[in-house]
Structure formats: structure tokens, C-alpha cells
Design a protein around this ligand. Sequence first.
Ligand SMILES: [Zn+2]
Length: 394
Amino acid sequence: MGDGSLTWLRDHNRHRVLEALRLQGRSSQADIARATGLSRTTISSLIAELKDAGLVSDVEATANHGRGGRPGVQLVLRDRSRVVVGIDFGHSHVGVAVADLNHNVLAEHLHEMDVNRHAGQALDAATRMFGEVIAEAHVDRAGVIGAGIGIPGPVDRAHGMAGSATILPGWVGLRIASEMEQRLSVPVQIENDANLGALAELTWGAGRDCSNFAYIKAATGIGAGIVVDGRLLRGATGTAGEIGHTTLDEAGALCYCGNRGCLETVAAGPAIVHLVGPVNGASLSLAQIVDHAVAGDPRCRRAVSDAGREIGVAVAGLCNLINPERVIVGGLLSRTGEVLLQPLRESIRRHAVQAAAESVEICAAVFVERAELLGSVALALLRDRVNHSSLASV
Ligand SMILES: [Zn+2]
């Protein structure tokens, strides 16, 4: 091997160490060794070079970031000039956050509005808030290396638009990715809300040490983000994880998707609200039902736990198919903790094949309210890790 190849190899390995820091955020040398497969000796010498070049520095490990409870020194990138932006379009809000390459959120804004019906205004609001958060974080517009965008419905990644006319009617035909790319002048990626929840948990939450898991978002709708071998499973047209539209009862109630007896018709927010019915003449919102269930109200607890049991039937099928290490349950309903999880676990035990049911751990998500916003930040940070190369340009 000549000197040229050795230089190339060293440059290549330096690049891998920097990439590992960008993907993982602050890390120990051992974490970097695991992520890159390079020897500890090679990493020590590369880190020394990168420190001399001012690209990497030491920080004290904090309780939140120290893995395996070991205190000690960790490494961070010193590149403060480059950032990513996450944009979350919910049904009734727009959230925008900016984060540095060490995974620190520098600024975030939230704006309540009717996103479903006013797609154009939602894009305008996101564009304005993009300017606001980068100004607040004191970063240059030219330093934004990418943006991740979340929408609350299936995504047609080939065209960068909403993938279902029945789920997001106001967004039909709108090419969200190219529209936002033009407005922001940065590369943009788009993803659905359950996949973003999975990415947030994979990056910072309950899926951090796990490369095969299913994230279930149980809220107004029910969706799943499926991570296989550390990557999101998107399927042929991006609808992988639409677990809310699994048929549980062929003769059941008509679902807004056009089928009958879907999981959502018995366990999603509107079904729970309907089941609880009016209390003192007024209908409760899903958030109020969750609060009452947490406070011990028997009607609300029963409605949520019945939903947990039904969700478990569909998740049992998912466990049979993908044999996950963990099922991470997020969304508003997960705030009820064991009220939802205990019957969900019981259903999986009853309905999944024994080996899959025994090996899977069912736990609550770390992120509930900010899951999608943090997931959209993670989407921009992890773009190479979560994307298959043929889709990377979307
Ligand atoms: Zn349906």
C-alpha cells in the first residue's frame, strides 16, 4: 500500500469518526469504536488529531448522556456554525426547532392553527418561524444543512406529498417537500408522525440501545413507526406502520379510510370519547379523559384500558411478523401509563406466538408532546442513517 492509500484511509477514518459524532451526539471513545468498528488505538490517535484541528473537544459526561451509568469524559463536535431544522405540522399546530450537530435544541417555537384545512397558511407560518428560530439561535441561514418535516398522515415519498386524500384532505396535491425546499433554500425530507416518534425514541429515548422495535402512537389516530436493524421500515409506497387500519371486525363500524372495523374505530381518540360519553351534559376531550384516567376516574380508566386491549391485538400480529425487541408506546394515551400498557401487554401475551410474546418488552415512550418535533430534528440529523440511498434525494 503506497502513501497515497494510507492518507486516503486516514482521511476516510477521520470522516467516519466525525459522522459517528454527528449521528450519536456526544459520545465516549468506546461509543465511537462501537459505531465505526475502528480499534481503540486508531480512534485515540484520530481524536487527538481532530482536537488539535479544533474540530472536537472534551466535555464532562452528564447523567442524561452517560451510557451504562459510567461517568467520564465524552467528546463533542465543535462545529457551531452548522445546524439542522425540524418542522412539525400537527393537525392543529406548527412547531419549528433548530438544533446543532451535537443534538442540542437551540430554539423552538410553537404556533396553534388549523393545519388540516389551511395547508398554504401552515407552510407560510413554518417559513416565518424558520427565520425566527435561526435568528433566536444566532446562526446564519447558510449554516442550515437540512430540514426534516413531519405531517400527521402517510407520506408519498416519491413525490414529497401527503399520501392519503382521506387522512389530510386539505393537503391533497401539495408538493410539501419541493415547496418548502424552495421557500427555505435547504434540502428537505418529509416523514409521517409515527415514524418521527420512532426516530425521536431511536435517537434520544426508549429505543436508543435497540435496533429492532415498534413505536406505537396512540392518540387521536393510531400509527406505528417500525425500526428494523436501526432503520425505519417504510414499505413500497410509504404506508408501512398503518396499524390503525388493521381490520379487527369485518362487520364493525365504518372507518373514515373506507374499510370496516379498523382498530381506530374501537381504540382511537374519537372512539374513546364516544365510549365515555357526556359527563354532566358535556363531552370530554381526549386530553381530559387522559387526565381523568390518571386521576383514577373508573369510566375513563376503563375506556383507555379497553383501547389498550384492542391495540394489543393488532400489535400481537405485528410482533408475529417482525419479532421486535421492544414495543414503545407513545402518543397522548401513553400518559396514562399502566392503565393503557397493562391490558396491551396482556393482549400480546394472549394473541402473539409464545416466543415473540415472551421476548418483547412493552414500555412507555420517553417523548409525548414533543415527539414529532424532536423526530423531525432527528430526521435531519440522521439523514444518511435512516434513508435508503435511492430515496435520499426526496
Ligand atoms: Zn380504517
